[in-house]
Ligand binder design. Structure first.
Ligand code: NAD
Length: 251
């Protein structure tokens, strides 16, 4: 299932980047945005709720949607794909993990130095002072008020139309400007600017490895396309990559 030429490529890669999207957490039971929303939320599209405009016009609705997503995430566990990604850190001289996910499952699986490109749903911040408020005041309105200034709190995530936090963007750009290989896992490669990162790496000559259940706009440019779930493919890739390299004398 894992091409030997891919393993050869990885063995000569000093710096690997892994870019993940919501498909990476699908096998943990955290729905992707493209999956149909259920129950109360089936009448909304995420693109209508995850925007500054939606929060401005109906903060309670948006806050309650995030609360329902937080509950799903709190009940979820990292899957085999998350654990394999954490283990890959030991196999490259340098590995940079960039995630579009806001669920914190990579960190719970043991990944360190995660670039949270779109923030983290478990953090909240003051809409006026912009500072993180931890712990989040519970049962104190929807949305709760900042304990310091009384302004509404919001989830510390990047909404459609908002800028990526400067530090995350610059760390991600630096990684794609120096990597030898980039894995693109469980992302539709549609949401900008994350979608551009693998194309930038590819243009510099880095090898692109896509892992996804479906084809994406990136697939035609990828050097390796592994079709299937990340929870199945990543442990197999880890296993193949962990084997000692064969030398010409080996039979
Ligand atoms: P997306 O919903 O646009 O695309 C998901 C991709 O994952 C699709 O290409 C799909 O084919 C693929 N996929 C589904 N199940 C898979 C599996 N088991 N293994 C491998 N691939 C699988 O998600 P996106 O590209 O991450 O972009 C949407 C935005 O949604 C991001 O900004 C992200 O912040 C946000 N989001 C995050 C979470 C989360 O944190 N878990 C959940 C939903 C949405």
């Amino acid at each position: 299932m894992i091409p030997g030429t891919l393993i050869d490529t990885l063995r000569t890669s000093a710096h690997a980047v892994i870019l993940t999207g919501s498909g990476t957490s699908a096998e943990s039971g955290v729905p992707t945005f493209r999956d149909a929303q259920t129950g109360l939320w089936s009448q909304y599209r995420p693109e209508e709720l995850a925007t500054p405009e939606a929060f401005e016009s109906d903060p309670g609705l948006v806050w309650d949607w995030y609360q329902s997503r937080r509950k799903v995430i709190a009940a979820a566990e990292p899957n085999a794909g998350h654990y394999a990604i954490a283990a890959l850190e030991q196999l490259f001289p340098k590995l940079t993990l960039i995630t579009q996910n806001v669920d914190g499952l990579h960190q719970r699986a043991g990944s360190r130095n995660v670039i949270e490109f779109h923030g983290n749903i478990n953090r909240s911040r003051c809409t006026v002072e912009r500072v993180i408020v931890e712990p989040r005041p519970e049962d104190d309105g929807s949305p709760p008020a900042c304990p310091n200034c009384g302004a509404p709190l919001r989830p510390d995530v990047v909404w459609f139309g908002e800028d990526i936090p400067h530090e995350a963007l610059s760390a991600a750009n630096s990684a794609v400007n120096h990597c030898d290989a980039i894995f693109v896992i469980g992302t539709s490669a549609l949401v900008q600017p994350a979608a551009d990162l693998p194309f930038k790496a590819c243009a510099r000559g880095a090898k692109v490895i896509e892992i996804n259940t479906d084809a994406t706009p990136l697939s035609a440019s990828a050097h390796f396309v592994l079709q299937g779930t990340s929870g199945r493919i990543l442990p197999a890739l880890l296993e193949a990559f962990s084997q000692p390299a064969q030398t010409p004398g080996d039979s």
